[in-house]
Design a protein around this ligand. Structure first.
Ligand SMILES: [Zn+2]
Length: 248
């Protein structure tokens, strides 16, 4: 695979809570959830969780190339739990992350998305396959106490944190590699081009391929600055990660 990517902190953040790791046959993109400020029982920060989980996912993908992606995610969460046994892993506010994975194996491109970091695949026939877990877009409330109640429940949304069963809620798709023209993995800092600013996935794929991943970041920042603050729920800016892939 040919992978190009950008992973950049929000201009008003001190740390980048997105994380990316790519090899010749897989890409992992994570978006750590910014801490709510509620007690979380963990001495580690969100960037620690995202980078450690990313590393564990890569280790599983390397050691067990046949493993289904949901099982890779389950094992990655279990292995990451083991890295901080001193923390209270039962706390619902424990640091958490979205997960997007694309992996090429035995002629198949396997895709996984948990929470709002989508994967998009375009086939040679022009079909756009969106692997998108949009549960976080349909919550009854977004204040921090509600999110605590809704996190990692079937009434709310699932993220990668301390519960291995989150892996069962991930959205997956598998596409024969010979059908794949190109693909992308993005965090919600970039997918807001679609959700807020009227772009199509085809437009994003074209920008990533023809102008490079940094061009998508520039487009996001320009759109954010041109938008009246408070127009959308949440932060004005966010960390941004976009990975673009070609087979071959
Ligand atoms: Zn911890």
């Amino acid at each position: 695979m040919q992978i190009s990517y950008v992973c950049q902190a929000s201009p008003d953040a001190t740390a980048n809570e997105d994380f990316i790791l790519a090899s010749e046959r897989f890409v992992i993109v994570l978006d750590g959830a910014t801490a709510s400020g509620l007690p979380n029982g963990c001495v580690h920060d969100v960037a620690w969780l995202a980078s450690r989980l990313g590393g564990q996912l890569a280790a599983v993908l390397i050691a067990q190339p046949d493993l289904a992606l949901r099982e890779v995610l389950r094992q990655g969460i279990i292995n990451t739990r083991a890295l901080h046994p001193e923390c209270d892993l039962t706390n619902p506010n424990s640091p958490s992350s979205t997960v997007a994975i694309v992996r090429e194996h035995n002629g198949i491109l396997d895709c996984l998305a948990l929470a709002d970091s989508p994967v998009v695949v375009e086939t040679h026939s022009g079909e756009i396959i969106e692997v998108n877990d949009d549960r976080t877009s349909h919550l009854p409330a977004y204040d921090r106490d509600s999110l605590m109640q809704l996190r990692n429940t079937d009434e709310g949304f699932w993220v990668a944190s301390t519960k291995p069963e989150a892996a069962d809620r991930a959205v997956t798709a598998s596409v024969p590699v010979t059908d794949v023209r190109r693909f992308a993995l993005v965090t919600d800092g970039v997918s807001r081009l679609v959700e807020r600013y009227g772009w199509s996935w085809l437009h994003i794929l074209d920008a990533l391929e023809k102008q490079g991943p940094a061009s998508a970041v520039q487009a996001v920042r320009e759109a954010e600055i041109a938008t009246e603050p408070g127009t959308y729920r949440g932060k004005r800016h966010d960390d941004v990660t976009a990975a673009f892939g070609l087979i071959g």
